[in-house]
Write a protein that binds this ligand. Structure first.
Ligand SMILES: Cc1cc2nc3c(=O)[nH]c(=O)nc-3n(C[C@H](O)[C@H](O)[C@H](O)COP(=O)(O)O)c2cc1C
Length: 325
């Protein structure tokens, strides 16, 4: 069905860890089921598949927002995400299928991106902060906003410490490199991965990009960028689940996507600084520093702010590659 394909296209515009697009879609008569694609997992940076399930949550959120804009009533079953997340779709207003309702979050689906550039450092109004915090709330999920300089510094110390650990880990570097697309040709061909241009790097042949990655990207160079990028941000956000299981990780992804779409609709950029939640030896310390209970899971660390330029868009695989036959 053409309309279901359009809903899936909107879902695939969601963010995913390393742009792995770790999802598959199964079409039903009156439903679309989003399934994990474990062949696209990242065992080093994401040993428990947390980021994989968060990414599925982002895609589900886009799908549901797009479905509602297209006149569907929806019902989401994410109780067993390992087996798939079913979105039941019932037509409520068929006229919207050809003429979708305008809605700030739906309109933001094609605009949202992770913007790794430098922002203008200006503070946000309390009204904007309130909208972001509300958007990042879910069932058992909350979003902490940190805007005071001392709090930003505390988080920065964790991010740089965890980044230093990742940058000297050969297996982490190897996995990351395998997802970097150093030039337009590679990025277009695979339709996935971390496109160099989105990270502010010029296009380069793989052999040359690889050399720069191996010898020019290190803890010191990246920590400097992290410090500058945090300084230029209006604030940092930490998305937190009360429980540490796939059901909550999907919910955290949904909350993050609402946060990101709301931000985009307000002209606010966001980007990830997930190092302290990825390095398993640092995460407990980070959880404690945020005054969270031991069983909680800090899911994502983000920065946000206005200013700076839009970055080139990352690529997506064609629908044929993600729709199950
Ligand atoms: C669960 C998750 C984890 C991510 N982790 C990082 C990260 O550690 N560093 C980063 O720069 N981007 C991170 N990203 C952003 C992705 O790289 C980005 O979504 C992907 O490249 C697609 O680009 P787009 O969001 O601009 O469409 C993450 C995204 C998700 C959903």
């Amino acid at each position: 069905m053409q309309i279901f394909r359009e809903l899936i296209r909107c879902a695939t515009l969601a963010p995913s860890s390393h742009n792995t697009q770790c999802w598959k879609f199964q079409l039903g008569q009156n439903s679309i089921t989003i399934q994990p694609d474990f062949s696209r997992k990242c065992p080093i940076v994401d040993p428990d598949d947390h980021h994989l399930y968060v990414s599925l949550g982002c895609a589900v959120e886009n799908l549901e927002i797009a479905a509602k804009a297209h006149g569907f009533e929806t019902q989401v079953d994410a109780t067993h995400p390992e087996q798939g997340i079913e979105v039941k779709l019932e037509v409520k207003d068929a006229t919207k299928q050809t003429n979708p309702r305008s809605d700030p979050l739906f309109d933001a689906i094609g605009v949202r991106q992770c913007n790794r550039g430098v922002y203008n450092g200006e503070k946000l109004s309390s009204q904007d902060l309130g909208k972001l915090q509300e958007a990042g709330r879910g069932e058992g999920v909350q979003t902490l906003l940190l805007i005071e300089e001392k709090d930003k510094d505390t988080i920065k110390d964790f991010v740089t410490k965890a980044n230093s650990a990742q940058m000297v880990d050969a297996t982490f570097r190897q996995e990351l490199k395998s997802w970097v697309r150093f030039n337009d040709k590679e990025a277009k061909k695979t339709g996935d991965g971390l496109f160099g241009k989105c990270m502010g790097h010029p296009s380069a042949p793989r052999w040359f990009g690889g050399l720069i990655f191996d010898y020019g990207v290190n803890g010191k160079s990246e920590n400097q960028k992290i410090s500058e990028s945090i300084k230029s941000s209006a604030g940092l956000a930490v998305i937190v689940s009360v429980k540490n299981d796939p059901v909550h990780w999907v919910e955290a992804g949904r909350a993050y996507e609402r946060f990101a779409l709301t931000a985009a609709s307000l002209g606010i950029h966001n980007a990830h600084l997930n190092q302290p939640v990825e390095v398993t030896t640092i995460r407990p310390e980070f959880t404690k520093a945020l005054n969270l209970p031991e069983e909680a899971r800090p899911d994502l660390v983000l920065r946000f702010g206005r200013g700076g330029e839009a970055m080139p868009k990352s690529f997506r695989r064609p629908l044929e590659a993600v729709i199950q036959q």
